[in-house]
Ligand binder design. Structure first.
Ligand code: NAD
Ligand code: MLT
Length: 527
């Protein structure tokens, strides 16, 4: 009999499914040390957000074959460690979407009508009305940052209050947003126009402190701000200060930078509603996510598949061997492209040439790896070979594949052309005979670039001194240049430079490079 450990609270419906065919132990509130001590006896571990599944826990789980997350975010599971150990990790990404959506609306209404504070006043025996004068949602502008599963459900419901809905999501096309009744715009514009702002993005480098003292200063006076997504998207200190000064008319916060929050400046600020990460806490959502992970757990333990795998692609061992060097290159090319293109992606076209032209099914998987590279860094639930195409199409991104034998002299060639709302860029890569891979062209310029590590890609005027000025700035900041390539079509006109460097480069340094005469653009990327 397989043994399953449930280390966070899981709805009874999920437990009942498990108990039909496996031994279940429910042990909540374990610390890392206790978990490491007991995990070796279990074949599967089911968690919510309360358990940190660290690499040490995973390493100790010698028998573990499955880790299930009853919810969407897998930020509490060390995915690399699980994948390395061959453990399937699956989540329940949709089961709590509506619960989080409804919590956001509850927060918005409570905030605009002062419900928590009016209730507290009544409980003190008072009958006061003037301190609790509210505002109506009718004809107000709601700014939604992140138009994924929850953002778009919030939009649907808020429009029934006759709100104007504006949105920002760098990965949803303007047309797709318009289909959802959302006016798409830049984040700066959204901040300037919204009466109420709600965030629904994952917490990633690009979204950390997206709401901060500087961006708050650009917002309307009295703006209301809601975070039912992840702590850290809003700078808590900046929000607390702005609520105290009156710049922000109120905020409703379900998630915190540290949970439970010990010293959050948001606690006890008048005008800020706080809830203890309750977004997914409905009977229905907990039942949905528990049933989903329990079924996936049983299926995997008995040799079947999981429907929402977040780390393990399922392909035959034979095909896997043939495509794996290309899969890695395709993933890296996608990952590089997303960092250097400008604007929202409308179309991804991939051409497979040379020996790849005979691998039809293999190329379909490679296209998914390209999409994974492009989209995974920006979405909450991991994008993988299984879901990449669906995720892209859902964002209004067109995908096309061409197979051709002519590989321009290479043994094999992958060319990815991305069209965005404002630009177009193609890059090509090839796997060499020795097994290594190279990016062989960027934007039509020939290259011989190892797709690994830190790079700066610039477009500049082909004149003496331009490259030297950029290199001096890096040198002054103690950043070593490991390799450099330049390409141009016509001497004296626009040229491209790719610098391989040994360290990360800060945005301040990149700004200094961009400000040099003769530099048209410069982008830092990490492959
Ligand atoms: P999702 O992956 O479906 O959507 C996230 C969206 O954010 C995507 O459309 C993506 O394109 C967009 N995005 C990525 N980077 C962005 C950026 N820089 N600016 C603007 N948009 C960006 O995720 P979801 O299921 O809608 O979940 C949204 C958030 O809500 C997640 O953080 C999730 O963990 C959280 N969540 C919280 C609760 C809760 O209990 N409070 C419950 C469920 C989900
Ligand atoms: C999620 O990621 O699903 C939510 O934050 C809810 C939860 O942690 O249960």
């Amino acid at each position: 009999m397989y043994k399953v450990l449930v280390s966070d609270e899981l709805a009874a419906e999920g437990i009942a499914i498990l108990r039909k065919s496996v031994d279940v132990d429910i042990r909540t509130g374990l610390d890392e040390e206790e978990l490491i001590r007991i995990i070796p006896e279990y074949d599967a571990l089911l968690v919510r957000s309360g358990t940190d599944v660290t690499s040490s826990v995973i390493e100790a789980g010698k028998k573990l074959r499955f880790i299930g997350r009853a919810g969407a975010g897998v930020d509490n599971i060390n995915m690399d460690a699980a994948t390395k150990q061959g453990i399937i990790v699956a989540n329940a990404p949709e089961g709590n979407t509506l619960a989080a959506t409804e919590h956001t609306l509850a927060m918005m209404l409570s905030l605009c009508r002062n419900i928590p504070w009016a209730d507290s006043s009544m409980r003190r025996g008072e009958w006061k009305r003037s301190p609790f004068m509210g505002i109506e949602l009718n004809e107000k502008t709601l700014g939604i940052v992140g138009l994924g599963r929850i953002g778009r459900e919030v939009a649907k419901r808020a429009s029934s209050f006759n709100m104007r809905i504006i949105g920002y999501d760098p990965f949803i096309t303007t047309e797709k947003a318009a289909e959802m009744g959302i006016e798409s715009m830049t984040l700066d514009e959204l901040f300037r126009q919204a009466d109420v702002i709600t965030v629904h993005t994952p917490l990633i480098k690009e979204t950390r402190h997206i709401i901060n003292a500087t961006t708050i200063a650009t917002m309307k006076d009295g703006v209301r701000i809601i975070n039912c997504a992840r702590g850290g998207i809003i700078d808590e200190k900046a929000l607390a200060d702005a609520a105290i000064s009156g710049k922000v008319g109120g905020a409703a916060i379900d998630v915190f930078e540290e949970e439970p929050p010990k010293n959050s400046p948001l606690l006890n600020v008048p005008g800020i509603i706080t809830t203890p990460h309750l977004g997914a806490s409905t009977v229905e959502a907990q039942k949905n996510v528990a049933i989903s992970v329990a079924n996936q757990c049983i299926s995997v333990l008995h040799g079947g598949e999981a429907s929402a795998v977040v780390n393990a692609p399922i392909i035959s061992p034979d095909l896997k061997d043939r495509i794996s060097p290309y899969a890695d290159l395709a993933d890296k090319m996608g990952h590089l492209l997303v960092q250097i293109i400008e604007g929202k992606i409308r179309q991804v076209s991939v051409t497979y040439s040379g020996e790849l032209a005979s691998m039809d099914r293999g190329c379909k998987i490679l296209t998914r790896m390209v999409l994974k590279g492009l989209l995974d860094p920006i979405l909450m639930s991991p994008v993988n070979m299984i879901n990449a195409e669906v995720v892209a199409r859902d964002r209004g991104i067109g995908i096309s594949e061409t197979l051709t034998e002519d590989a321009s002299g290479y043994k094999n060639l992958i060319t990815i052309s991305v069209t965005t709302e404002s630009s177009e860029l193609s890059i090509s890569g090839s796997v060499l005979y020795k097994g290594g891979s190279r990016i062989v062209s960027i934007g039509g310029y020939t290259m011989d670039m190892v797709p690994k590590g830190y790079v700066i890609i610039s477009r500049h005027l082909d004149r003496p001194g331009v490259i030297g000025r950029a290199s001096t700035i890096l040198g002054n900041n103690n950043i070593n240049i490991a390799g450099m390539q330049v390409g141009r079509f016509i001497p004296g006109e626009e040229a491209i430079m790719v610098l391989n460097i040994d360290n990360e480069v800060s945005e301040e340094i990149m700004k200094e490079i961009r400000a040099q005469p003769g530099i048209f653009s410069a982008t830092f990327a990490h492959i």
